[in-house]
Design a protein around this ligand. Structure first.
Ligand code: MTE
Ligand code: MO
Length: 304
């Protein structure tokens, strides 16, 4: 993300705000085309897919070949080329810290315990591109309730695997390893926050963060940490990788916000992968109805 240049916005691309808000539609009715791609066992638990032309699913090929996963290189194509060295099975995830009931889960056990449902979410990268992805996963709050947070738990810290043999990019110094992320406990408990185990009705490809990654759709994509091995409940706000790398540019909250520009480029508009013209970025990535109350009274310019 550090290496990107600001997108140039041509005046002709700017949509009139009122027109845009009228056009805006929420994810709602089912899309028939997807059904064919989803095994029948999964189809039963399927949630609504986009109804709007504005939110067509990003093709599988783009979702799986245009990735950010610096453990496998910096180019968007690198993860799909290089992530075969990752061995997502067997895999364990520790859940620990300020909990009464710490656990070590095997991912297969997790999958049995929390059957996957489909969630179609917009993913908005801080680099000002976006995708619409049919994830498979389950609400993180289910796992957190299971381990019984203590009254001191206020944040949740996440950590990616640290193994340069499986993740060769960790031999470079582009970021401090392992990749870490964090949420406030109420954000982590929010029903939109999911642990992802698949996409397009299939197991999660390595380049998308197999076997388990986060999806927090109202935040910039880098909050959605991949290939998680540890989840730790904490009293204090945990460090996060991009904040460590460039604190002025990447805050802890990183809510999608068209009114708070990145110091080196605008966040007002975005390019939906597969489209030519940029579209306006929505506050909280369009999920404001559901999440704005989490930030009542906060100054989102200060807490960026
Ligand atoms: N461990 C780890 N997680 C990560 C990243 C990364 O480099 N390493 N990149 C983040 C960024 S910047 C984005 S935009 C999303 C991209 O997810 P996708 O490749 O599945 O679209 O993953 C996030 N999770
Ligand atoms: Mo990103």
């Amino acid at each position: 993300m550090l290496i990107l240049r600001p997108p140039r916005i041509h005046p002709s691309e700017i949509t009139d705000e009122a027109l845009f808000w009228n056009r805006r539609l929420f994810l709602g009715a089912a899309v028939g085309a997807l059904a064919a791609a989803v095994p029948s066992a999964l189809a039963a638990s399927r949630l609504p897919a986009p109804r709007s032309r504005d939110d067509e699913l990003t093709p599988y090929d783009d979702v799986t070949t245009y990735n950010n996963f610096y453990e496998f290189g910096l180019d968007k194509r690198d993860p799909s080329r290089n992530a075969h060295t990752l061995r997502p099975h067997p895999w364990t995830v520790r859940v620990e810290g300020e909990v009464h009931n710490p656990k070590v889960y095997d991912v297969d056990e997790l999958a049995r315990r929390y059957p996957a449902e489909e969630r179609v979410y917009r993913l908005r990268c801080v680099e000002a591109w976006s995708m619409v992805i049919p994830w498979l996963g389950f609400e993180l709050n289910r796992l957190l309730k299971d381990v019984e947070p203590t009254s001191h738990a206020r944040y949740v810290a996440f950590q990616t695997l640290h193994d340069p043999d499986q993740m060769p990019g960790q031999r470079s110094g582009v970021l401090p390893w392992p990749y870490v992320e964090g949420l406030r406990l109420d954000e982590a408990m929010h029903p939109l926050t999911i642990l992802v185990t698949g996409l397009y009705g299939k197991p999660l490809p390595n380049q998308n963060g197999a076997p388990l990654r986060l999806a927090v759709p109202w935040k910039y994509g880098f909050k959605s940490i991949k290939s998680i091995v540890r989840i730790r409940l904490t009293r204090d706000q945990p460090p996060t990788t991009w904040n460590l790398a460039a604190p002025r540019e990447y805050g802890f909250y990183s809510n999608v916000n068209p009114d708070v520009d990145h110091p080196r480029w605008s966040q007002k508009r975005e390019r939906r992968i597969g489209e030519l013209l940029r579209r306006p970025t929505l506050m909280f990535n369009g999920y404001g109805d559901q999440v704005a109350s989490l930030y009542a009274g906060m100054d989102l310019r200060r807490d960026y």
